[in-house]
Each structure stands twice: as structure tokens, then as C-alpha cells.
Design a protein around this ligand. Structure first.
Ligand code: HEC
Length: 128
């Protein structure tokens, strides 16, 4: 029978699953910023300098002025916001994008968990 699990294969699979679980628990404890970025943001944002996707590149976002990725067609709301991106303004925006910058075009509802926002923002601050 092709594909049947021999006891040996079963044991190997179980060991692999245990390792995966252990690794995942470690990530969850640290609220891994890279993981959060991949899950919530990477679909629309690149971290490469000058590489815009549906959203603008987030390279060096901590310290940038809002709407500063040259060549990206920002909404008027974002261009007029005059936000200086730092830990505080990123936290407020990512918690509730539509409320913080009314009329902006980011199609993301917000990240309600404060610890996750903190980990994600710390990760982004390191990309520069
Ligand atoms: C569905 C696509 C989408 C997702 C998902 C998304 N964004 Fe955005 N983001 C955008 C768009 C589009 C803009 C530009 C908004 C505008 O011009 O009004 C933007 C703008 C931004 C800005 C302002 C950039 C600047 O140059 O001023 C930041 C910061 C940002 N996003 C961070 C994030 C983070 C962090 C995540 C993940 C938690 C995320 N975004 C998820 C589409 C997205």
C-alpha cells in the first residue's frame, strides 16, 4: 500500500510535530514582529526600499513623515495628515487606521492587541 504509515514513519512525524509545537510556543511568547508582519502586512507592504505594492514601502518607516515613499499614489487624507511616524503615532494608527487618519485608503481594520502592536513596531523600527 503506497503511502501507508509504517511505525517508523509515524514516530518521525510525531517527533517533527513536537518540534514544531515547541518552536511555535517560543514565537507566541515573544509576539514575534516578523511573524506579525508576514501575517498582517506583507500582502500589501514590502520592507525593501522603494518597493511599493498595494501599499507603500515601509523601509525606514520609523522616523519618516507620512506619505513620503516617492512614487506611491497616497490618498489626500494621508498626504495632508502630516504625521511624523514614531512609536506613538504608529501605535495609534495601527490600532485603528480609519479613525486615526479618516479617509485614508489602507484596507486594514487594525491590530487590537497592544502587545502585538508593540512587537510589530519594534520590528519595523529595525528595518532601516
Ligand atoms: C490591504 C492592504 C494593506 C494592508 C493589509 C496593510 N496596509 Fe498599510 N497601507 C496600505 C495602503 C494602500 C496605504 C496608503 C494609505 C493612503 O494613502 O491613504 C498604507 C499605508 C500605511 C502606512 C503609512 C505609510 C506612509 O508612507 O506614510 C503605514 C505606517 C502602514 N500602512 C503600516 C501597515 C502595517 C504595519 C500593516 C500590518 C499591520 C499594514 N499597513 C497593513 C495598505 C495596506
Amino acid at each position: 500500500m503506497a503511502g501507508a504509515l509504517t511505525p517508523r514513519r509515524r514516530a518521525l512525524l510525531a517527533a517533527g510535530a513536537a518540534l514544531l509545537l515547541a518552536g511555535h510556543a517560543g514565537l507566541a511568547a515573544a509576539a514575534d514582529g516578523a511573524d506579525l508582519f508576514a501575517t498582517h502586512c506583507a500582502e500589501c507592504h514590502s520592507l525593501r526600499e522603494g518597493r511599493d505594492k498595494v501599499g507603500p514601502s515601509l523601509f525606514g518607516i520609523n522616523g519618516r513623515t507620512a506619505a513620503a515613499s516617492a512614487g506611491f499614489a497616497y490618498s489626500e487624507a494621508m498626504r495632508r495628515s502630516a504625521i511624523q511616524w514614531n512609536g506613538l503615532t504608529l501605535d495609534a494608527y495601527l490600532e485603528a487606521p480609519a479613525a486615526r487618519v479618516p479617509g485614508n485608503r489602507m484596507g486594514f481594520g487594525g491590530l487590537p492587541d497592544a502587545a502585538e502592536r508593540k512587537a510589530l513596531i519594534a520590528y519595523l523600527a529595525g528595518i532601516k
